[in-house]
Design a protein around this ligand. Structure first.
Ligand code: ATP
Ligand code: MG
Length: 390
């Protein structure tokens, strides 16, 4: 049976002259995500990408569809049968192909899209003939145009005709890397993986940076963050993962700065190290999982002080979201269970008893001036390790 997968575009379809660029990025992303599923051909035409396995009978369609549903830039995905462009072929193939599905339902209707306008019969005629063939083959079925159990789709396109019984929703958004690349500050918590998902959805490829404070934080805590990155890759593609040794900087902050300013100063140090690491990849934006008012370091005043430590654009996709909304997405992208594992994070180790919720920038700058942090910042960036997570 000659089956294929059709990827229909979302927003890309609305792009003008540079639509081609977006399509090519999407095509490349699909090829990469499907790379180990066997030989296949990918091509684009009429706002659709066609995935044609070389050996459809041995192809794992379920796995491919699961992966397809996580690729940004796709509005809908269908598994379809390829047939010759003639009514005889369509009417002969549809009952056989759809039998497993139609034998278990009561009602259906046929919808036709005829993008090849040279096809002699118009859409209503194609739907009527195909419907007739299905009624002949399955006498128990009835047509219901308003609320059918199944919608049978016939698409007459350039290369062939396609039959399928509906689409699964795609992940939406823009193809990853069509908007460039950003550096995600990832902790082991719930928020930053969700932030990664949301920015990847808008077409950003991601590198990730994690600050680790051994011996206060353990190897297991680091492993947890790497697992989170692995869980993100079906959505984000490969992630370049940077790990920063942060202990010395944290100890210096603890020693030289007032306790109630600790968190916001630490956040500023993270931003500075991240800014140096971002420069290596010519990255202009950082992504964090901060949400307004969630904790003391995420008040407007604290965010102002944090932003002041970097020239890069700081993207905070969760800024207006409630924890319950964030958790819902964490479940959906399967990071929740990993995020709630109770390993310590470098932030929790040094949490002040009474963090300042309205820090003033000039106090912070004064506190930071009491010690030369610059060499430690540079050293942390230099000693950062990197690996790619697929
Ligand atoms: P999360 O659930 O993502 O840990 P959180 O609500 O615990 O967030 P904070 O601990 O204040 O909030 O961290 C705010 C943001 O700072 C995180 O979302 C993340 O982007 C960044 N961050 C915090 N800790 C680290 C870390 N150890 N390494 C890298 N980034 C971090
Ligand atoms: Mg955290």
């Amino acid at each position: 049976m000659n089956e294929i997968i059709l990827f229909k575009y979302g927003e890309i379809a609305l792009k003008g002259l540079n639509k081609n660029v977006f399509e090519d990025i999407l095509l490349r992303n699909i090829r990469w995500r499907m790379r180990d599923l066997g030989p296949m051909r990918l091509r684009k035409a009429q706002s659709t990408i066609y995935l044609e396995p070389e050996n459809p009978d041995a192809f794992d369609f379920d796995e491919a569809l699961d992966r397809a549903s996580k690729i940004f830039g796709v509005a809908a995905v269908s598994r379809a049968l390829v047939v010759e462009k003639s009514m005889e072929a369509i009417c002969a193939a549809a009952p056989k192909y759809l039998e497993p599905l139609l034998s278990g339902v009561q009602t259906f209707k046929v919808e036709t899209r005829r993008s090849d306008k040279r096809f002699p019969l118009k859409s209503p005629g194609i739907s009527a003939e195909t419907g007739g063939a299905l009624l002949d083959a399955f006498p128990h079925l009835k047509v219901d145009v308003h609320e059918p159990d199944v919608i049978v789709n016939v698409e007459i396109r350039d290369f062939a005709a396609y039959i399928h019984a509906g689409s699964i929703p795609g992940a939406g958004g823009m193809p990853v890397s069509s908007s460039g690349r950003a550096l995600l500050l990832i902790s082991g918590g719930l928020d930053s993986p969700v932030a990664a998902y949301m920015m990847a959805k808008r077409g950003l490829a991601l590198s990730a940076i994690h600050f680790q404070s051994p011996p206060y934080t353990s190897e297991r805590a680091l492993q947890k963050v790497e697992t989170l990155c692995e869980k993100l890759t079906p959505y984000t593609g490969s992630i370049r993962f940077y790990c920063v040794p942060f202990t010395e900087l944290q100890e210096a902050i603890r020693e030289h700065c007032p306790e109630e300013l600790f968190t916001v100063i630490m956040r500023r140090m993270m931003m500075r190290v991240a800014t140096l690491v971002a420069a290596r990849e010519d990255i202009r934006a950082l992504v964090t999982g901060e949400s307004l008012a969630q904790v003391a370091s995420q008040t407007l005043d604290a965010l102002y002080c944090t932003d002041n430590s970097t020239d890069l654009v700081v993207l905070r996709p969760l800024i207006g979201m409630d924890k319950t909304e964030i958790i819902k997405i964490a479940y959906q992208i399967d990071t929740y269970e990993t995020s709630i594992l109770p390993y310590e994070d470098c932030c929790t180790v040094f949490t002040p008893r009474h963090p300042r919720t309205k820090p003033k920038l000039h106090f912070i700058e004064k506190a930071e001036a009491s010690f030369d942090f610059e060499p430690l910042i540079r050293q942390a960036a230099e000693n950062t390790t990197v690996k790619t997570i697929h």
